[in-house]
Design a protein around this ligand. Structure first.
Ligand code: PLP
Length: 378
């Protein structure tokens, strides 16, 4: 059978490649995926069990249960100072489906979407899956992974439709400055662009103060969020988008034909999760893990670690190790059974980096980092 051009045009992720390769050893320390080892808190698990036992396991309406959408809107209004109601919310199969339904709702063939690199790899593939074009704006460590207003403006063409920003950022852990967000907001207004702000890590910010570009419900903005990271519910596949009624209605129309609705058991669990903030102990735990990685890697002459301000990733410069990122990751895995993600997964300019997801316990993380240090010292 001949597969579609679309399938042939979509690239598998090098991060998943390393994750899959890691499965061949039974002592692999896997630091590839952004999948924390911490469980959701007990009441969330109990809410899911209760829902199953009560037989509340049928379809919900396409946009999600109204009760859940209402509760999400209350939390969004509290956190962002906006005035949303349930009609501004669609519940989705993880933040990923919220992203994809957004792209599908706004993009036509050949439309351009500005994507800051290093980027979350699925943005680029999803945009391609809408027959649109990702326009990559490379950002660099030396400039704090941000660009100037002029530089930003230089990427705008008559085809530019949207810009996507991930704050805090995967893979760098960068939390964007107010200056950058203000510049971006001005450009968006000037060229009437659409902004997708992906804030799935917003509750995992360390010292720096988090500021969002999402300050109003309007036709120009959509906020993407998820229960995956803040409540450690990655496998529950539950997230949401917040936007104008008009956009949410469009996404709901598509949702009917894609997944029908997000899993109902997970919707009940999310309803419970909204009674709690992302646990402070989780943030504390990730801070300890981050500090461990920094402390252990800082003395190395071969590895230069950038202190993450948020999320649970460390982006590490490997230039002095004398290998490009895929070779580095494959050899590290083969020789020391540690799986990390190659920088090339996050954009062509990042072949001198690796990403370490500090999603395992301190013991395992320490062992993984020790093996990594041995690898570069050989
Ligand atoms: N956005 C970013 C930047 C991510 O890193 C991820 C997951 O790793 C997601 C969105 C999607 O998460 P989920 O679909 O589990 O909510």
């Amino acid at each position: 059978m001949e597969l579609s051009e679309l399938v042939n045009n979509v690239s598998p992720s090098p991060t998943r490649h390393l994750y899959n390769l890691g499965k061949q050893f039974n002592d692999t320390i896997d630091l590839t995926l952004g999948d924390p080892d911490l469980p959701p808190i007990l009441p969330i698990k109990q809410a899911a069990c209760k829902c199953i036992n009560a037989g509340k396991t049928r379809y919900s309406s396409n946009a999600g249960m109204i009760e859940l959408r209402e509760k999400i809107s209350v939390s969004v209004n509290r956190d962002y100072g906006v005035a949303s109601n349930y009609e501004n919310i669609i519940v989705t199969v993880g933040g990923m489906e919220a992203l994809y339904l957004t792209f599908l709702s706004i993009l036509n063939k050949d439309d351009e979407v500005l994507v800051f690199a290093p980027y979350y790899v699925n943005y680029v593939e999803m945009i391609k899956m809408c027959y649109a074009k990702p326009v990559i704006i490379n950002t660099y460590e030396a400039n704090d992974f941000e660009v100037s207003r002029d530089k930003l403006e230089s990427f705008i063409t008559s085809k530019t439709k949207a810009v996507i920003i991930n704050n805090p950022n995967n893979p760098t852990g960068h939390v964007y400055s107010e200056r950058f967000l203000n510049d971006l907001a001005e450009i968006v207004k000037k060229y009437d662009l659409f902004v997708i702000t992906d804030e799935v890590y917003k509750d995992l910010v360390y010292e720096k103060k988090f500021k969002s570009i999402f300050t109003e419900i309007s036709d120009n903005y959509v906020l993407i969020d998820s229960f995956s990271k803040k409540h450690c519910m990655t496998g529950w596949r539950i997230g949401y988008a917040v936007g104008s009624e008009y956009l949410i209605a469009a996404m709901t129309k598509l949702q009917e034909n894609v997944a029908a609705c997000a899993p109902v058991v997970s919707q009940y669990a999310a309803l419970e999760a909204l009674n709690y903030k992302s646990p402070a102990e989780n943030l504390q735990e990730f801070r300890c893990r981050r500090d461990l990685v920094i402390k252990k890697l800082s003395p190395s002459e071969k590895l230069k670690v950038i202190t993450p301000q948020g999320a649970f990733y460390a982006f590490v410069n490997i230039k002095n190790a004398g290998m490009k990122s895929m070779q580095f990751c494959e050899e590290l895995l083969k020789e020391y059974h540690v799986a990390v993600a190659p920088g090339i997964a996050y954009g062509n300019m990042y072949d001198d980096y690796i990403r370490i997801a500090y999603t395992l316990s301190c013991d395992k993380l320490e062992e993984g980092v020790n093996r990594l240090l041995k690898f570069v010292s050989n």
